[in-house]
Design a protein around this ligand. Structure first.
Ligand code: FES
Ligand SMILES: [Fe+2]
Length: 425
């Protein structure tokens, strides 16, 4: 059983909380470059780990991430002017550069000491791997690099990254991302020709080349803690001598990677970045390690959801319109009646409430990865409580792994059997 106390530790991400301190020890993706497309473009409101901030790109292309509220009399800097290498508060004109230094105070005497003594809170930002990253921890322990995720290492034309708002705590997203046992059920298609047959006889595998997903809906799970987080092996029967293995990766603190259905196809992963305790940014990554993505790979199964174009990244479908739920479609064609894998995941994760009460769940053997994730991240938070530095933050190369699917003979260790595919050179 997961206690209410542990659930609090798992889910609270604000300043001073154990998990908040853990996340502040690492670089985190929080924006797409398209949000700050050019020097001196409009500033953008940002909320991250429960802190209200503003991001802007200065005249030289550098990105600043500052406290949303002016240190003078707390005006919202979203209304500021982004000009000549700084963001200027429009109330009395205080102007800040990307490092948080005050470079102008027009309503104060020319040589005021206040200009040197006052600063605005600012966080370092870098652009790498198709996303913008922030580091919100102590300067003294700032990791040299973000984690070397494969989607960040491949050329831009070999990756596709989208962002959407999800109205849940980040942990619900991570748990959905590593929950291999829902794939053959939540995302299953149904044979429309025989609506009279029972549900389980009507399920069609998402890929006909991989019939085991639908034919064996109760895989056995094997959890392997690793230096980056955890590898999860889901084992299904393939033949009398072989198993079909799907290896899902959990990379601390909030990254997941799902196995491709077939070899040589694109990989898929997510980052579940906490906006605050009740909301997260879902970054969805599709990438190919060998070549540019083809059109089919760009949106296989609608994993990338459509969002509004007003900068809020709200999905077009949401709880307000029941995620487009169509009961006729549900009767005939799919498990949910909701279109697209991304929206099916969001709908069920949001339906649990913003912070699910894990103390009243009933976990089964299919939830081994979920329990493994909770153990893994609580251990990380403990490490952070006892030391100012996290080992994982200083070892970005540990993240050079990927997911895979393979058919292996009985008796083969799944990590050894797939080692050649899961390591990124
Ligand atoms: S409130 Fe910002 S300059 Fe006065
Ligand atoms: Fe899913």
């Amino acid at each position: 059983m997961f206690s209410k106390e542990d659930n609090e530790i798992l889910c609270r991400v604000g300043p001073g909380t154990p998990m908040g301190k853990t996340f502040r020890s690492m670089w985190m993706p929080f924006m797409l470059p398209e949000e700050l497309p050019a020097p001196d473009c409009p500033p953008v409101r940002v909320r991250l780990l429960g802190e209200d901030l503003v991001a802007f790109r200065d005249s030289e292309g550098r990105i600043g991430l500052l406290d949303r509220y002016c240190p003078h009399r707390r005006v919202d800097l979203f209304f500021g002017r982004n000009e000549e290498c700084g963001l200027r508060c429009v109330y009395h004109g205080w102007k800040f550069d990307v490092t948080g230094k005050i470079v102008d105070m027009p309503a104060e005497p020319e040589n005021t000491q206040m200009k040197e003594d006052t600063r605005i809170k600012s966080y370092p930002v870098i652009e790498w791997g198709g996303v913008i990253w922030a580091y919100m921890g102590d300067q003294a322990t700032m990791p040299a690099k973000p984690p070397e995720m494969e989607w960040g290492l491949v050329p831009a034309e070999a990756r596709f990254i989208t962002k959407r708002l999800q109205r849940t705590n980040y942990a619900q997203g991570v748990e959905g991302g590593i929950d291999s046992s829902h794939v053959g059920i939540l995302h299953s298609h149904l044979d429309p020709e025989h609506p009279e047959l029972p549900f389980r006889q009507r399920q069609i595998s998402p890929n006909l080349a991989i019939p085991y997903l639908a034919s064996d809906t109760a895989p056995r799970f094997f959890i392997r803690p690793t230096n980056y987080g955890m590898a999860i092996g889901a084992r299904r029967n393939a033949s009398d001598e072989e198993y079909y293995w799907r290896v899902t990766q959990y990379l601390a603190p909030f990254y997941t990677m799902i196995a491709p259905l077939r070899e040589g196809r694109a990989f898929m992963g997510h980052a579940w970045t906490p906006i605050d305790d009740h909301n997260c940014w879902v970054f969805t990554m599709t990438w190919n390690s060998d070549r540019p993505l083809d059109a089919d790979e760009l949106d296989h199964g609608a994993v990338h959801s459509e969002v509004t174009d007003d900068g809020t990244y709200r999905p077009l479908l949401s709880s307000e319109n029941d995620y487009g739920l169509d009961r006729v479609r549900q009767k005939l064609y799919s498990s949910t009646g909701i279109e697209g894998i991304g929206m099916q995941d969001t709908a069920i994760q949001e339906s649990m409430g913003a912070i699910v009460d894990r103390s009243v769940e009933n976990l089964g053997s299919g939830d081994a990865a979920i329990a493994g994730f909770r153990r893994s991240i609580l251990k990380l938070a403990k490490e952070r409580e006892s030391s100012a530095r996290l080992e994982i933050a200083d070892n970005p190369q540990w993240f050079r792994v990927r997911s895979t699917a393979a058919i292996l003979p009985h008796g083969t260790d799944f990590l050894e059997g797939t080692a050649a595919y899961t390591k990124v050179d």
